[in-house]
Design a protein around this ligand. Structure first.
Ligand code: ADP
Ligand code: MG
Length: 701
């Protein structure tokens, strides 16, 4: 074998003819040696645990049973035709069954020989049987018993019928590994992997497929996961560096009178420690001469707006304009209204630009922006449009990052030359490591502290048996002058049923809380928007006591007097949705409550979700649990998940590795940006290759 590389075609491998090669490519995307080596086992079986036919129990796990094979016979005819055999030991027997490939299987079986059967044991009319087991003679099994753990590979029916079931695949991998040189491919700098106690690259690969022990497997897995993550973090580190140096430049020399005057005279409260810290980080960026590209995460109510406003003041102190962008018209208006008073008292001219600003007014506004007479612009996407030209835009802030893409950020950057500093703010907590992997080109700040005096929402779990008591509690709260939300799920797949649930619920609530003592609003997606607004308006003005709704109220509603959130069928909501819904209460001075109503029987996941909600109000903790439960793809939505598909690494579990990889990457880019040090030569080649592919994909996507 002259030149064995990861790109070598599978057809060169012993035991792979043209047919198998084609099927491997079509079914599993395995075309090269590298592909096969990266088709890692999805789990392992402990080979040392072998049952006798008499002691094995039916169950969902795949197990190994040892016995002597006999009574091989074909039974039935037509579609019911099958091959059966008995696996026997003195303690009992099980039946082995095949429905496909009968002739081939029958030929390969040796009656009277001792075998190990591998598969799932089921029980059918009192008879234990195993369908389509993988069989290995005891003699051959015994020989390879030195391996502790035995790989299980995912495969397909078609491949299985060609002998490439899990065992078949493992044989291929085994012969490939035997052909590999003893060492090589260690592109990761030794200074990283040796101290970590990881094996060399090729050993790690071997260990992944045929682990000698669980500990060695763990070390191997860690190394390969780190390799995947590290390459991405290097891409990010270079991106951050080039953003900062190429686009860099806007230097805000000093914090000036707008900021100081505001801080001393108008700031209505003491900033929290977290707000101060984040402002310091922003200040440091903007004074550094590098371009700021920062993500601020802060839970609902953590006071992001004030941080944004004060950051904008620094820009204006240095003679630049500022801009604050929100995802919806309502939010943009809210920001504008909220900041108008401060701006006026400071002598700052502030404007609002949304889709509904009329032509004449827009003309004036655009003119004032272009001449620099307007200092601060608040708006929606409308801000990004081409006719919007700034005189000197120094800082752009984007609220609710998750609705803005990379393209929009690029448009903002293009609004000034050199680019304005960019700050994105999000209230949807993303676990730190996920943020590092998704928004790795941004620096990260976290506002992890709520303003003082907020009473955390008390969350409880109740079932239908408690409904009378819950209703009684609602009555008490209403008697105290509070208002109540009752939310029903409306999931697209089961819309009809959900809608019926909602209407049934509404009717019974109307019965239990009769007029004229109680007034009830209802809002759902099937209503005309004028009707929705009218109902919403009544609730906001305090004219109704109870708001029955679907999740349409998730965004943008602010009724400080509402103190109870009842969530019906809470088991059907995702964690982040539950957290967002709960965020609708606890906005006033009163103690607020969230009541999660569920049925009696909960799945394990639902139980974890409900318990998590009852245990904590911390959005980051909740986001972490969510990540553990659903995995990064589902948490971030499928569009972004493509970027997160690692073969070994798991963004939910490998948080330490991610942080570490980010540090190491940052460190390397600072110390040896051209990777010219001899110990980085392997890495330079590997990374060049990786980055080229990554960029190419990035452009296509
Ligand atoms: P979010 O982070 O969700 O955007 P906001 O900026 O809307 O939060 O702030 C929520 C509320 O908290 C506002 O009424 C704001 O005035 C108030 N607030 C912000 N910072 C503080 C603080 N340090 N102390 C007291 N109240 C604050
Ligand atoms: Mg906000």
């Amino acid at each position: 074998m002259a030149s064995l590389t990861p790109d070598t075609s599978m057809t060169y491998l012993k035991g792979v003819g043209p047919q198998r090669a084609q099927a491997l490519a079509a079914e599993l995307g395995i075309r090269t040696y590298g592909d096969l080596l990266q088709h890692y086992p999805f789990r392992y079986i402990d080979r040392s645990v072998i049952y006798g036919p008499g002691e094995a129990l039916p169950g969902p796990a795949e197990i190994q049973i040892r016995g002597v094979l006999n009574q091989i016979q074909t039974q039935g005819g037509g579609a019911k035709k099958r091959l059966t055999a008995q696996l026997v030991s003195p303690g009992g027997s099980i039946e082995l069954v095949w429905f496909k490939g009968l002739r081939w299987v029958e030929k390969s079986l040796l009656a009277g020989s001792e075998y190990v059967a591998f598969g799932r044991l089921t029980e059918f009319s009192g008879r234990k049987s195993m369908a389509h087991p993988e069989l290995e003679t005891w003699a051959s099994f015994e020989q390879s018993l030195s391996h502790g753990l035995f790989p299980v590979y995912s495969t397909t029916e078609k491949l299985s019928s060609m002998g490439l079931h899990s065992r078949g695949l493992s044989k291929l991998v085994q012969s490939l590994l035997a052909d590999l040189p003893a060492a090589g491919q260690d592109w990761l700098p030794e200074g990283i992997w040796r101290p970590a106690g990881w094996p060399p690259h090729l050993d790690a690969l071997r260990e992944m497929h045929f682990p000698q022990s669980a500990t060695r497997l763990a070390a191997a897995r860690e190394r390969l996961a780190f390799e995947e993550i590290f390459l991405d973090q290097l891409v990010f580190a270079y991106k951050r560096r080039s953003h900062a140096t190429q686009l860099g430049g806007l230097v805000f020399q000093a914090v000036g009178s707008y900021f100081h005057h505001f801080y001393a005279q108008h700031l209505p409260f003491e900033l929290t420690g977290a707000q101060k810290r984040v402002l310091k980080e922003i200040r440091k960026d903007t004074a550094s001469g590098l371009h700021m590209n920062r993500l601020v995460q802060g839970d609902v109510g953590s006071g992001k707006t004030m941080v944004a406003f004060m950051a904008l003041l620094i820009a204006m102190d240095n003679g630049y304009q500022g801009c604050l962008m929100a995802p919806t018209e309502i939010l943009a208006q809210q920001h504008y209204q909220g900041l108008l008073g401060y701006a006026e008292s400071l002598g700052i001219r502030i404007g609002l630009l949304t889709g509904s600003v009329k032509t004449a007014a827009r003309k004036v506004l655009l003119n004032d922006l272009a001449t620099g007479q307007m200092h601060l612009l608040v708006g929606t996407h409308a801000v990004l449009e081409d006719p919007v030209v700034f005189h000197r835009l120094g800082m752009a802030i984007v609220d609710e990052q998750h609705r803005f893409g990379v393209a929009q950020r690029a448009k903002l950057r293009a609004k000034n030359d050199p680019a304005p500093h960019i700050l994105v703010m999000t209230a949807t907590p993303i676990p730190r490591t996920l943020a590092m992997s998704l928004y790795g080109d941004l620096d990260l700040s976290v506002i992890d502290e709520l303003p003082p005096g907020r009473q955390p929402v008390q969350t409880v779990h109740r079932t239908d048996h408690n409904r009378l008591k819950v209703w009684g509690f609602l009555g008490d709260q209403i008697a105290l002058g509070r208002q109540v939300y009752i939310v029903y799920p409306l999931i697209e797949e089961s819309q009809k049923m959900d809608y019926k649930d909602l209407m049934d619920g509404y009717e019974s609530i109307c019965r239990d809380f009769p007029r004229p003592q109680y007034e009830i609003s209802i809002v759902h997606g099937r209503m005309k928007s004028a009707d929705k607004e009218w109902e919403m308006g009544r609730f906001v003005r305090g004219e109704t006591h109870i708001m029955v709704a679907t999740t349409v109220i998730e965004v943008g509603v602010n009724v400080p007097n509402a103190s109870v959130m009842v969530i019906e069928n809470a088991e059907r909501f995702g964690l982040s949705q539950l957290h967002q819904l709960r965020g609708r209460v606890g906005r006033g001075a009163d103690q607020s409550y969230c009541i999660l109503m569920t049925g009696d029987a909960l799945s394990e996941d639902s139980q974890v979700r409900v318990e998590t909600m009852c245990r904590t109000n911390d959005g980051f903790e909740i986001a972490d649990v969510d990540l553990q439960l659903r995995g990064p793809g589902d948490v971030m939505g499928t569009r972004q998940s493509g970027m997160l598909e690692y073969k070994v690494a798991n963004l939910g579990q490998d948080q330490k590795l991610i942080e570490w990889a980010r540090e190491k990457a940052q460190d390397l880019v600072q110390r040896d940006p051209s990777m010219h040090a001899p110990e980085h030569s392997g890495l330079r080649m590997r990374f060049t290759d990786y980055a080229r592919n990554k960029m190419a994909w990035g452009h296509i996507a």
